[in-house]
Design a protein around this ligand. Structure first.
Ligand code: SF4
Length: 424
């Protein structure tokens, strides 16, 4: 049931720590997938026109029917008095909630502008919660680009929810991380097949299904970027089941095996439940492996998924990792994947973008995974790139998505090969 570590893994590999300029989206981006997951939540960004533009362009085609997020724009003039700004926020929230009785959870999301930083959104959330309880719970977190990168917005959001969760003494498994419903259902079906339950999810799809936590709660992360949430859950008495992330056949099996061990599931049952989906996943990955095998990959730090993805691509798809950059490396969360990642790549944490671009240029990997801002210039220099943001928007977890995950990396390589053929 356990994934075999390589003779020498990256568990104790030196980490190149970089603290320079970075090229990453801010945490507001998380609202794009969080608002689709939490069906009765609303995200009110307290920010500037830049924030509104970011959300609009990032959400773009994804807005349908009534949107579940908006931006309350603070102008310089609002600074005339912070008390006025608080009053304005209260009025804005009251207007929103009277128009939208379907909203059960409201998140006030902070951003970078100095006028927003001066506003105490924690106090505002407390005040508004008291005013609109019990129908609406108001919480706050920061999605500011100064404090958060890209996927850290989800982490900040979930961490803000933890102190408000009800308490329980029941032994329950909590799955932590926003997954598309169809993918979450697959995980729940596998766990049910193993006889593990009750299982709750954070975030829950609706406010009425919000999980409770307590000393008998054990939790498994489905996303590797949830360091603050991990810490908050532990502070509230829950215990973490450390495991590789459920990407690919091997990662999913190792993740399930760690939970199965915790719940005392026997080996025969584990085999009976996982054998067929494992075989399907291996077969699906095989198709892409023909393109990926022997190719070199370089990861810029963007999504925090880099280490588990490098583990999947090297061990299951035959790729060679040259550099694996991650914005932050949380040893308890990244440790199980690092231990399985074969020795060799530079493991870097944080970013000094110019220096990293130089290393990417020198490495000239077959595939470079990076943010949108870097992809075009690197493509112009003849490098083949993959946008990190796609990895967060595409269902990639667990057995049934393993083939799609491998295919996400194979496609740009095939496209580049086809272009070369055409040009020849
Ligand atoms: Fe820009 Fe900051 Fe607003 Fe993000 S939060 S869009 S980085 S101003």
């Amino acid at each position: 049931m356990t994934a075999m570590p390589p003779a020498r893994g990256c568990g104790n590999a030196p980490v190149l720590k970089e603290r320079g300029q970075r090229e990453v989206f801010c945490g507001l981006t998380g609202i794009i997938w969080l608002h689709r997951k939490m069906q009765d939540a609303f995200f009110l960004v307290v920010g500037s026109r830049t924030c509104a533009h970011l959300l609009q362009s990032a959400a773009g085609v994804m807005i349908f029917a009534e949107p579940r997020f908006a931006t309350a724009i603070l102008e310089e003039t609002d600074l005339a008095g912070l008390a006025d700004a608080q009053d304005e926020l209260d009025r804005e929230v009251a207007r929103l909630l009277s128009r939208r009785p379907d909203i059960r959870q409201l998140f006030l999301v902070g951003s970078c502008p100095s006028e927003v930083i001066k506003l105490d959104l924690g106090k505002a959330a407390e005040r508004l919660s008291a005013r609109h309880a019990p129908h609406v719970r108001v919480l706050n977190y920061s999605g500011s680009g100064i404090e958060t990168t890209f996927t850290e917005g989800e982490d900040a959001c979930l961490a803000a929810m933890v102190p408000a969760l009800p308490k329980t003494q029941a032994r329950e498994l909590l799955l932590v991380g926003a997954l598309p419903d169809v993918v979450e259902d697959q995980a729940l079906a596998l766990l049910d097949g193993l006889g593990i339950g009750p299982v709750r999810c954070l975030p829950a799809r609706r406010a009425d299904d919000i999980p409770a936590i307590g000393p008998e709660t054990v939790f498994a992360l489905t996303q590797p970027f949830l360091g603050e949430t991990h810490a908050a859950l532990i502070r509230h008495g829950a215990r973490h089941i450390a495991a590789p992330m459920p990407f690919g056949e091997e990662g999913t099996t190792a993740w399930l095996a760690a939970i199965a061990r915790e719940f005392g599931v026997d080996a025969e049952r584990f085999e009976a439940v996982t054998a067929a989906p494992r075989a399907r996943a291996r077969k699906a990955v095989e198709a892409a492996t023909r393109t990926l095998s022997g190719k070199r990959i370089f990861f810029f730090p963007d999504s925090q998924l880099e280490i588990p993805l490098a583990r999947f691509l090297t061990r299951e798809c035959g790729m060679e990792a040259v550099e694996v950059g991650q914005p932050f490396i949380h040893s308890e969360i990244a440790g199980p994947d690092l231990a399985l990642l074969p020795e060799g790549p530079v493991i870097s944490e944080g970013q000094d973008v110019d220096r990293q671009i130089d290393r990417a240029r020198e490495a000239r990997a077959d595939l470079t995974v990076c943010g949108l801002g870097l992809a075009n210039p690197l493509e112009a220099e003849g490098l083949t790139t993959k946008w990190a943001i796609e990895l967060v928007f595409t269902p990639v977890h667990f057995y049934e998505q393993a083939g799609d995950l491998a295919e996400l990396f194979a496609r740009p390589l095939r496209r580049r090969a086809a272009l070369k053929l055409e040009a020849a």
